[in-house]
Design a protein around this ligand. Structure first.
Ligand code: AMP
Length: 193
């Protein structure tokens, strides 16, 4: 099963993808996690991406497409994957199409988590507080000011990705404002249908 989770930052893509991974045994390919790992490891990609990520902007298509192309070649991704945080631009969506077409593969579903954007800052603030309380590192970009820039990037560059899939009849909308378990239930229902 090959899935994409779309939605603005803080919509719950990562949380929901983790749950689906546990149930379906396919890896969660989070470009944000991969980029953070590259930053932590100080790789050339990480060095290029760090400042952009800290400021809440989008890392270049070239870098992100390269990371995904390599990752989907790995053994665990052969039986499927959930893309979380990719594609974030039309160019990324087109590149993904080309990668899959080259392998004779198709996407099964694109799920968009619909949320009320005015509630997202609160969620991000909570995520930062919870991470801190659990002794985990707090993401630098989970800051209310930087979050605004991330949301702007979403509305400017990423919001057009969902209609791209909708035109092909591949998009399913999920109400992401429900309690977490209900969102998971709605996703499972969509996957079964
Ligand atoms: P996320 O964990 O998905 O919120 O991503 C954190 C940050 O990583 C984003 O704010 C971007 O700076 C960068 N990033 C993650 N995925 C992408 C992508 N597909 N395209 C461009 N930048 C990305």
């Amino acid at each position: 099963m090959r899935l994409i989770f779309l939605g603005p930052p803080g919509a719950g893509k990562g949380t929901q993808a983790t749950r689906i991974v546990a149930k379906h045994g396919i890896p969660q390919l989070s470009t944000g996690d991969m980029l953070r790992a590259a930053v932590a490891a100080g790789t050339p990609v990480g060095l290029k991406a760090k400042a952009v990520m800290d400021a809440g902007g989008l890392v270049s298509d070239e870098i992100v497409i390269g990371i995904v192309a390599d990752r989907i070649e790995e053994a665990d991704a052969k039986k499927g994957f959930i893309l979380d945080g990719f594609p974030r631009t039309l160019a990324q969506a087109e590149a993904l199409d080309a990668m899959l077409a080259e392998k004779g593969l198709k996407l099964d579903k694109v799920l968009e988590l619909k949320v009320d954007q005015s509630k997202l800052v609160d969620r991000i603030v909570r995520r930062a507080e919870e991470a801190k309380a659990a002794g985990q590192p707090v993401r630098k970009d989970d800051d209310p000011e930087i979050f605004k820039t991330r949301l702007e990037a979403y509305n400017r560059d990423t919001a057009i990705v969902a209609p791209y899939y909708d035109k092909r009849g591949q998009l399913t909308l999920i109400d992401g404002m429900q309690p977490i378990d209900h969102v998971t239930g709605a996703i499972e229902q969509a996957l079964a249908g």
